[in-house]
Design a protein around this ligand. Structure first.
Ligand code: NAP
Length: 308
C-alpha cells in the first residue's frame, strides 16, 4: 500500500505547503523540512491581494500560517530545521538536517528562490514599507505615485513597464551605461513617456523613517549624490534559486534552477520539484501552490506504481 510510504518535502512556502496538504490527505505521511525561518518569500510581504479566495486581501504571513495549519490538520509533521544535505543514491532518499536524517520513498523539493537585494540597511528597514521585490504583488499600492525600479535586466525592464499602469512616473535606475535586458523591452521602456531612465547611478540609500520618501543616488563616475523624492522602490536585480544542497545531486540550469524531466519529476526517480526553485518565469504564490499540488499528485502516482 502506498499509505505505508513516506514523503519528505523540503521547503515551507506555498509550493511546499500545498504539496503537504495533498500528500497528507493521501495518507503519505509527509514530513516537511520547513527551515529555521519558515514561510518563504511571502513572509516578507505585507498585503497579498492576488491570491484567489481572499476578496479583502490577506497578510502574507497569515496566508502561510493558514496553509501550514491546513497541512497540520491532515497530519503533516513539521521539522524546524534547515536541510543541509541530501543523498538520492539509495532506494530511500535521505535528507540531512541538524536535527537528524529524514528518509522518504519520495522527496518533493520546494526550497524556492530568494530575491537579491541591494544589501543596504535602509532597504532592509523599509521592506514592505515602500520597498518591494515584486511589482505584480505590490504595484497596485502605488497608484498615482512616483516610484523607482532598480536593475538593468529583463526583470527590471518588465517591472518598470508594468508599473506604469499604476505610477505617475517610473524612474528606471541602472548602475551601468547599458541595459542587460532584451532589445525589445529596452525599446519599449525608452518609448514609454512615463519611464525616466537614469543610467550610471547606484543606489546609495533609501530615504524615509517609517516608509519610503525618496532615494539617494551616486553617479558611477563623478560620485555626485542626487536625491529623488518618491514613494516606492522596486528592487529587480535578480533572484537566486535555493539549490546549493542539490548541486551534483539533481540536474539544474546554468543559473541553478532545478530542471523538470517528466511532469514534475527531476533527474532522479522519486524526487519531484515544485515552485520557484524550478520556475524563474511566473514566481507567483498561486503558481507555486499549483505546482505543489501537481508534484504531490505525481509523487502519489509514483508511489502507487512502486507498490503495485
Ligand atoms: P539579470 O538578467 O541577472 O539582471 C540583473 C540586473 O541587476 C543586471 O542589470 C545587474 O547589473 C543588476 N544588478 C545585479 N546586482 C546589482 C546590485 N547589487 N546593484 C545594482 N544592480 C545590480 O536578472 P533578471 O533581470 O531577473 O533576469 C533573470 C533571467 O530571467 C534572465 O535570463 C532574463 O532574460 C529572464 N527574464 C525574462 C523575462 C521575459 O522574457 N519576459 C522577464 C524577466 C526575466 P549589471 O547589468 O551591471 O550586471
Amino acid at each position: 500500500m502506498s499509505e505505508n510510504k513516506k514523503v519528505v518535502i523540503i521547503g515551507s512556502g506555498p509550493a511546499a505547503l500545498t504539496a503537504a496538504i495533498y500528500t497528507s490527505r493521501a495518507n503519505l505521511n509527509p514530513t516537511c523540512i520547513a527551515g529555521y525561518q519558515p514561510g518563504g518569500q511571502l513572509m516578507l510581504t505585507s498585503e497579498v491581494e492576488n491570491f484567489p479566495g481572499f476578496p479583502e486581501g490577506i497578510l502574507g504571513p497569515e496566508l502561510m500560517g493558514n496553509m501550514r495549519r491546513q497541512a497540520e490538520r491532515f497530519g503533516t509533521k513539521f521539522v524546524e530545521a534547515d536541510a543541509v544535505g541530501v543523498d538520492f543514491t539509495g532506494p530511500l532518499h535521505k535528507v540531512f538536517t541538524d536535527e537528524g536524517v529524514y528518509e522518504g520513498d519520495a522527496v518533493i523539493v520546494a526550497t524556492g528562490a530568494s530575491a537579491m537585494w541591494l544589501e543596504l540597511p535602509s532597504e532592509e528597514r523599509l521592506r514592505g514599507r515602500g520597498v518591494s521585490s515584486c511589482a505584480t504583488c505590490d504595484g497596485f499600492f502605488f497608484r498615482g505615485k512616483e516610484i523607482a525600479v532598480i536593475g538593468g535586466g529583463d526583470s527590471a525592464l518588465e517591472e518598470a513597464l508594468f508599473l506604469t499602469k499604476f505610477a505617475t512616473k517610473v524612474n528606471l535606475i541602472h548602475r551601468r551605461d547599458k541595459f542587460r535586458g532584451s532589445k525589445i523591452m529596452q525599446d519599449n521602456a525608452f518609448a514609454n513617456p512615463k519611464i525616466t531612465i537614469i543610467l550610471n547611478h547606484a543606489v546609495e540609500e533609501i530615504l524615509g523613517e517609517n516608509h519610503v520618501e525618496g532615494i539617494r543616488l551616486r553617479h558611477a563616475e563623478t560620485g555626485e549624490l542626487t536625491d529623488l523624492a518618491l514613494a516606492g522602490v522596486f528592487v529587480a536585480i535578480g533572484h537566486r534559486p535555493n539549490t546549493t544542497i542539490f548541486k551534483g545531486h539533481l540536474e539544474m540550469t546554468e543559473n541553478g534552477y532545478i530542471t523538470r524531466q517528466e511532469n514534475s519529476g527531476t533527474s532522479v526517480r522519486g524526487v519531484f520539484v515544485a515552485g520557484d526553485v524550478n520556475d524563474f518565469r511566473y514566481r507567483q504564490a498561486i503558481t507555486a501552490a499549483g505546482s505543489g499540488c501537481a508534484a504531490a499528485l505525481d509523487a502519489e502516482k509514483y508511489l502507487e506504481a512502486l507498490v503495485s
